[in-house]
Design a protein. Structure first.
Length: 358
């Protein structure tokens, strides 16, 4: 593993990551995979990290002023998201946001920063604003399907690492989630090799899944897997329709960055302007349902934020929040010691012939 990362793209990172810090799990894996072969899912990253940023804002308020203040802030945050971003949580995802709503929230993070200024500590509010700006800079590259130039790849790698480092250094209770790890460590490697992240989105697979669900009756078989096999065979024979089949000549040119966003308060693209002009009409049942969904989201996100802050204080009170002695530099990385991992490998019949392989 050390040879893999010392001779690969890891050496060009600023700063390079040690092999043990490249592992995204707490226990040493039995099989090592080059991080450039791990395909990040752009939709899951944009959705997961954007929603995580909302959670972080609530945690900052709970950390500063307690659970009641966090709940009051969360109510205001929900109203802000509905009024400014025009989004609402989906109850079938446990009260979380889904789909393209994460993109709408990403464009309106500055409004959330303004709201946080009066509720959290100044240092946390400033750090959140800085992190929001960095996250907005990463989103276009993360979701772009076209090939990304080499200079933008380098900027993305530096921005992703700086984004995660800024969060970890500014919010003392924050722990790096798997999606943040994928963003900082795997997305740049994948981008360097394949030149795009958005081009490898799972939406194409979901489209194929939808086609199978629609036409499942046309592929009868004794088992479900047999039906899938028949579907894949016929799809391979028929091949995929190319983009040229849908090209009718005229194409719209991409708009300049920010050209489609409202800049004036009376712009009809603003949700508030549409509502005041009577262009948004909702039944009382729809309004009640939206209010109930927001209330559920407020309860869920506040409870999770309070639990996380209490766990942080508990670790600090017990003295376990400080660096341990599990690694050479005094930080406990949570990995199995070499002797234990060697015993596990021998138990499975995979004894290591080369100690340097690890």
């Amino acid at each position: 593993m050390r040879r893999l990362y010392s001779g690969g793209d890891n050496a060009s990172l600023v700063p390079p990551l040690a092999p043990r810090r490249h592992l995204s799990i707490e226990r040493r894996p039995l099989m090592l995979v080059d991080c450039a072969d791990i395909a990040p899912l752009p939709l899951h990253l944009t959705l997961g990290i954007t929603v995580w940023m909302l959670q972080l804002a609530v945690e900052a308020v709970v950390y500063a002023h307690g659970d009641a203040a966090g709940e009051a802030f969360c109510v205001q945050l929900g109203d802000l998201l509905r009024a400014v971003a025009g989004v609402s949580p989906a109850p079938y995802f446990g009260g979380a946001f889904e789909g393209k709503e994460c993109q709408r929230i990403g464009h309106k993070l500055s409004a959330i920063c303004d709201l946080l200024d009066g509720h959290a500590y100044a240092r946390h509010a400033a750090a959140f604003r800085h992190a929001s700006t960095m996250w907005q800079d990463l989103l276009p590259t993360l979701t772009r399907a076209a090939d990304v130039p080499a200079n933008e790849i380098g900027a993305f790698a530096r921005g992703a690492a700086g984004f995660v480092d800024a969060l970890k250094s500014s919010f003392e209770w924050v722990r790096i989630t798997p999606k943040l790890h994928v963003l900082a460590c795997h997305s740049p490697q994948f981008l360097r090799r394949f030149r795009s992240l958005g081009g490898y989105s799972e939406q194409r697979l979901e489209t194929l899944h939808g086609r199978f669900n629609r036409d499942a009756a046309l592929y009868p078989a004794a088992t479900f897997l047999g039906s899938c096999r028949t579907f894949v065979k016929l799809s391979a024979i028929g091949e995929v329709v190319s983009d040229d089949a849908f090209n009718h000549g005229a194409r719209r040119k991409p708009a300049a960055p920010g050209a489609r966003q409202a800049t004036k308060s009376d712009d009809r693209r603003c949700r508030a302007s549409k509502k005041s002009a009577g262009l948004i009409i909702s039944s009382s049942a729809c309004l009640d349902k939206a209010a109930a969904d927001i209330a559920k989201w407020v309860v869920n996100i506040t409870a999770e934020a309070a639990t996380r802050i209490r766990a942080y204080h508990k670790r600090m009170d017990a003295g376990t929040g400080q660096p341990g002695s599990g690694s050479p530099d005094g930080e406990d990385d949570g990995l199995l010691p070499d002797i234990v991992s060697r015993q596990v490998m021998e138990l499975l019949g995979w004894s290591l012939q080369d100690e340097g392989a690890w």
